[in-house]
Ligand binder design. Structure first.
Ligand code: GAR
Length: 202
């Protein structure tokens, strides 16, 4: 049984996709042991509570000192003893100590086809704004293992999504979520849980 900790910052639709995929059997051999949010009011925390999952908030408001925040975040994850840490819309850059400790056991979902529209400053709606500003006709989402860089780790799975005439960032974001993110993140978790996907061989 793969024990996963899911880190979130906002609405938690990717978290919901994981919860639903476990319930429907699309993800097997997996249990969410804890949801961790860096925002106290994140709707993702309500989704976790509704599913009966242990959920905690570790915030900069409670830990204004960055090193103190990083230590509290690591402690919240360590306490849950996960096999895999899933960054599902987690808009915090993990510090080097965290990444070292969980190397090969952290995955992230990013709402573009890496290496386009990724790295520092590219998160959430900003990614889709940049894709529309550049005029790309195809975008998508990527699940990758996390290394010390921002969105630089080994790519595990990608799915392309068409940009349509008249798209707004919000409309494009929703299409990328529906057609790509909510499919490939559960698929990768199931692949890791069932030993089809391994760090070092993607
Ligand atoms: C998702 O689109 C996710 O890919 C993105 O934030 C959104 C969170 O939505 N993540 C990043 O931009 C990471 N760089 P959600 O809270 O509804 O899952």
């Amino acid at each position: 049984m793969l024990k996963i900790a899911v880190c979130v910052s906002g609405g938690g639709t990717n978290l919901q996709a994981i919860i639903d995929s476990i319930a429907s059997g699309t993800i097997t051999n997996t249990r969410i042991v804890r949801v961790i949010s860096n925002k106290a009011g994140a709707y993702a925390l309500e989704r976790a509570a509704a599913a009966g999952i242990d959920a905690v908030a570790v915030t900069r408001a409670d830990h204004p000192d960055k090193a103190d925040f990083n230590a509290a975040l690591l402690k919240a994850v360590d306490e849950a003893a996960p096999d895999l840490v899933v960054l599902a819309g987690f808009l915090v850059v993990l510090d080097a100590g965290f990444i070292r400790k969980y190397k090969g056991r952290i995955i992230n979902i990013h709402p573009s086809l890496i290496p386009s529209f990724c790295g520092d400053g590219f998160y959430g709606l900003k990614v889709h704004e940049a894709a529309l500003a550049r005029g790309v006709k195809v975008t998508g989402a990527t699940v990758h293992f996390v290394d010390e860089g921002t969105d630089t780790g080994p790519i595990i799975m990608q799915k392309a999504v068409n940009v349509e005439e008249g798209d707004t960032p919000e409309v494009l974001q929703k299409r990328v979520m529906e057609q790509a993110e909510w499919k490939i993140l559960p698929a990768v978790i199931d692949g890791i849980a069932n030993n089809r996907i391994k760090y070092g061989s993607v």
